[in-house]
Design a protein around this ligand. Structure first.
Ligand SMILES: Cc1cc2nc3c(=O)[nH]c(=O)nc-3n(C[C@H](O)[C@H](O)[C@H](O)COP(=O)(O)OP(=O)(O)OC[C@H]3O[C@@H](n4cnc5c(N)ncnc54)[C@H](O)[C@@H]3O)c2cc1C
Length: 475
């Protein structure tokens, strides 16, 4: 059956599928080269998991006291702070932000750079066009390019029906590598048993008396900076002082046992009296965010758990008696689903050995951080262990090849779907690394379109690294 799509009478240098954490940065970076850029986003705002799944802390990625993600990330933080929508966490996280503010900042940066965005539009499928693009320049590159296919356009669905949108180069920043998967790129997913990290549906409670909550948490031995900057948690058998409260709530039938598998609350800059929760964790049998049935069931399961957690907070946490649900995140939080097979696959050994690469685009010192549905979460922290990676000034690099999928000439895949093993992905997936991978992808795709007929392997990677440095990056 042929789909009844119509091809739009316009084209772009670069189309970015998914305007999320990596995609928004990719689009901004590409537009700043002067490229004609279109971002296609399923939701009505940019930022992806950071905004629409309400993941409001930027996890710390520091080596020798310096943040490893600079460039566009620094600019983003400055702009958030200027609006009162960003704040530095004295407890260690580099930056917390108000996701509504983030949506404004990203959209402004994209439009200011001359980029376009098409919201409420789903990428349905790539249209492959063998041999349309110019061949790469050198004989060596041409040999490497043999057997690869080329994307001509993306078929999207929106209120206009099905439309094909054409570009020279494409960036798949859908998080689940939707475009790559449908282009025939070999995929991986989950651990050795195919089991993915746990999903979570984040929410907020508004109307919280944070002065009383802060006093209570301090009385429970949970250190708090001030009532403006709360961070509290409970995980069974991890010595949280809140565990007895959870036990009583389970016995009283307010909570289910699994509601205590992971519970964490944070303040949100720019939103006084509101607490954002990094939970509930979704039922363990629902772990594949790229499976539409599981994703939908996760939404239902999460909402039911939010009702229980709200009742718990009202009954057991002083200051929350009259709190109400402020937000249920529009997107279920997916930590890991599909991962592409790229020209290089980052491994745990690369992380522990502080691997460096000639084509490095990003530096990482965030630990392996696996939220496991099998139980026994794993967090390799930089304060432990004897491998080189555990030194305070250590870091490893992520090569450009991790975002270059095998088998396609004109596609890049930055973000949590980058080519990596299960363990390595759990470390590089944090937002600031997605920003930096996105920024590198944007420059590379733009130059591929402008200089190499769309062929991403034709771009001089040392020139990309130089450009990243000129834009404030550390590579
Ligand atoms: C619950 C949870 C807690 C986390 N905690 C932290 C934390 O505290 N700090 C931290 O730094 N990181 C944290 N992370 C990790 C980090 O937030 C993510 O790994 C990162 O944001 C992923 O970025 P991405 O660009 O790959 O995908 P996303 O940000 O998810 O972007 C994908 C975008 O593509 C869009 N899209 C998807 N499919 C399509 C399609 N077919 N057509 C059109 N658009 C599409 C989506 O709407 C979305 O906007 C957490 C993640 C989760 C899930």
């Amino acid at each position: 059956m042929t789909l009844p799509y119509r091809t739009l009478d316009r084209d772009w240098d670069v189309i970015v599928a998914g305007g999320g954490t990596a995609g928004a940065m990719a689009a901004i970076a590409a537009a700043r080269t002067g490229a004609r850029v279109l971002t296609i986003e399923a939701q009505g705002s940019l930022g992806g998991t950071g905004t629409n799944a309400w993941v409001t802390p930027l996890m710390r990625n520091v080596s020798a006291g310096e943040n490893l993600n600079r460039g566009l990330t620094d600019e983003l933080k400055r702009r958030l702070d200027a609006r009162g929508d960003g704040a530095t966490d004295p407890g260690g996280n580099d930056n917390w932000f108000n996701p509504e503010g983030m949506k404004f900042v990203l959209e402004h940066m994209l439009l200011e750079a001359g980029g376009e965005v098409l919201y409420h539009t789903h990428v349905v499928a790539p249209l492959m066009a063998e041999g349309r693009l110019e061949e790469p320049r050198s004989g060596e590159q041409r040999a490497e390019g043999e057997g690869r296919s080329t994307i001509d356009a993306l078929v999207v669905h929106n209120k206009g029906g099905l439309q094909a949108l054409r570009a020279a180069a494409f960036i798949d920043a859908t998080g689940d590598a939707d475009v790559a998967a449908l282009s025939g790129v070999p995929m991986r997913g989950g651990d050795d048993d195919g089991v993915h990290q746990a999903m979570s549906l984040r929410f907020t409670l508004a109307g919280v008396d944070t002065v009383r909550l802060c006093a209570f948490l301090r009385s429970q031995g949970q250190w708090q900076e001030s009532e403006h900057f709360l961070h509290f948690w409970m995980v069974w058998e991890k010595n949280s002082t809140l565990e007895p409260l959870f036990r009583r709530a389970v016995e009283a039938g307010v909570l289910l046992e699994r509601d205590g598998d992971y519970f964490q609350g944070f303040s949100v800059p720019g939103r006084p009296g509101e607490i954002s929760f990094n939970c509930p964790r979704i039922r363990p049998d629902l772990h594949d965010g790229a499976d539409p049935w599981q994703l939908s069931a996760a939404q239902v399961d999460g909402r039911q758990a939010i009702d229980r957690l709200t009742a718990f907070c009202r009954a057991f946490l002083p200051g929350c008696e009259t709190a109400f649900i402020g937000v249920v995140a529009p997107m279920v939080g997916v930590r890991e689903s599909r991962r592409i097979t790229g020209e290089y696959t980052l491994t745990l050994e690369d992380i522990l050995d502080c691997a460096q690469f000639d084509d490095a685009i990003c530096r990482n010192h965030y630990p392996v951080d696996i939220h496991s549905v099998k139980g026994g979460d794993r967090l390799l922290h930089d304060r432990e262990g004897t491998a080189p990676y555990f030194a305070k000034d250590a870091y490893h690099e992520i090569p450009l090849r991790c975002i270059v999928p095998v088998g396609v000439t004109n596609l890049l895949v930055p973000g949590r779907a980058a080519s990596s093993t299960f363990e390595a992905q759990s470390s590089i997936r944090v937002q600031q690394n997605c920003h930096t991978m996105g920024e590198a992808a944007g420059i590379t795709a733009a130059w591929a379109a402008q200089r190499c007929g769309g062929h991403v392997r034709g771009v001089d990677v040392q020139a990309v690294r130089e450009e990243l440095r000129d834009r404030g990056g550390v590579v």
